[in-house]
Design a protein around this ligand. Structure first.
Ligand code: GTP
Ligand code: MG
Length: 339
């Protein structure tokens, strides 16, 4: 299994995980420092190559020069730097896609939700953000031929659900699994969804940092943060706190981005909308989080209510997909097509 395909030498998961062939081979990293770095969460070459000098100094207790040298050596080993477009294309071919459960929505997304990037689901209350997040925890556990990420029976994938509002319901997972009949075992599906209730924004950030450490060994392929913004919004009230909130949110989003890109994980974040009553044209609702979130999430899906169980999904700001929309349904069995 290759973690990083833009490396000329193709570092394998085993190579980069092992302290012998991994970080201990970096110049200046002896066994004591190697242990110290691993305790601080740097267990792979990727984790070192993608950290900032400041972070490595703080977490590993190192001087600036040493930290910089170690990071550069890890990058050199992994072949980081400029890569040609054909190599990036090849990397993108290794991205996995999971079905949303609705053909219309999959078509809109060019096949489904992808690994290696952040997808943002935003919309008003009851538009289906949480339901779609639950559904993805189920569908991503299907084998690739049926639209999931599970390509190795001996090493099943794991999903992480970071729940900031207490709206995760395992009962919904059970009903959403039933429709796949013998293709999915309900107990197996439940056992591979790890639920973390985040009680405040700091807790939410720590949970993500922990996943970054464990993602390779637990074969994490889907991480949901539902909702991304709620705690930040509640804790930073008033105009004077905006800069501090955005700074913290920026840090959190970059951790999620790192998780997506380094470990080839599909990261799904949900986001509320706030009204812009002074807006005269278009939809007077905008996702919370401002420009920081807009720049980091690779695919933004705007959800709206329609008649009854119908919902409208619109792709906004995708680097690859055209801006277009479609209709899907939320039923007892989960996300599906409108009949
Ligand atoms: P907020 O978190 O409040 O911002 O909303 P959300 O976008 O996360 O909404 P959510 O995904 O929870 O969608 C709620 C809607 O899903 C409900 O209004 C129902 O229409 C639908 N729904 C939830 N559970 C069921 C169910 O068991 N059966 C059916 N048929 N629909 C359900
Ligand atoms: Mg919700």
């Amino acid at each position: 299994m290759h973690l990083k395909t833009n490396s000329p030498e193709k570092i394998t998961l085993e190579d980069s995980k092992s302290p012998i062939t991994g970080i201990i081979t970096l110049p200046g990293v002896g066994s004591a420092l190697s242990r110290k770095l691993q305790e601080a969460g740097f267990s792979t070459l990727e984790s070192i190559a993608t950290v900032s000098i400041g972070e490595l100094m703080a977490l590993g207790g190192l001087g600036e020069k040493t930290a910089g040298k170690i990071i550069q050596a890890a990058r050199d080993k992994l072949g980081y730097g400029f890569v040609t477009a054909d190599v990036i294309l090849e990397t993108r071919r290794n991205m996995l896609r999971a079905t949303t459960g609705a053909d219309t929505l999959d078509d809109l997304l060019n096949g489904g939700i992808e690994t290696g990037s952040i997808t943002e689901l935003y919309g008003e209350f009851r538009t289906g953000k949480t339901q779609l997040a639950h559904q993805l925890c189920v569908t991503c556990q299907l084998p690739p031929a049926l639209g999931g990420f599970n390509n190795d029976d001996n090493n099943p994938i794991s999903c992480i659900y970071i729940d900031t509002e207490g709206t995760f319901r395992p009962e919904r997972i059970v009903s959403m699994t039933t429709r796949f009949g013998s293709d999915l075992d309900v107990q197996m599906v439940l056992k591979h969804i790890f639920h973390g209730r985040a009680y405040n924004s700091d807790h939410q950030m720590v949970l993500v940092e922990n996943i970054i450490k464990d993602a390779p060994s637990k074969n994490v392929k889907l991480v949901i943060v539902d909702s991304l913004i709620a705690h930040f919004r509640a804790e930073f009230v008033g105009r004077g706190t905006l800069a501090a909130r955005q700074q913290k949110l920026n840090q959190h989003l970059h951790s999620l981005l790192k998780l997506a890109e380094v470990s080839n994980v599909a990261v799904i974040v949900t986001n509320q909308v706030h009204s812009q009553p002074d807006m005269f044209f278009g939809d007077p609702t905008m996702p919370v989080g401002g420009h920081i979130l807009a720049h980091v999430s690779h695919t933004r899906i705007y959800l709206r209510k329609s008649k009854g169980e119908r919902r409208i999904a619109r792709i906004v700001d995708s680097p690859l997909l055209p801006e277009s929309e479609t209709v899907f349904a939320i039923t007892e069995e989960g996300i599906g097509d409108v009949h």
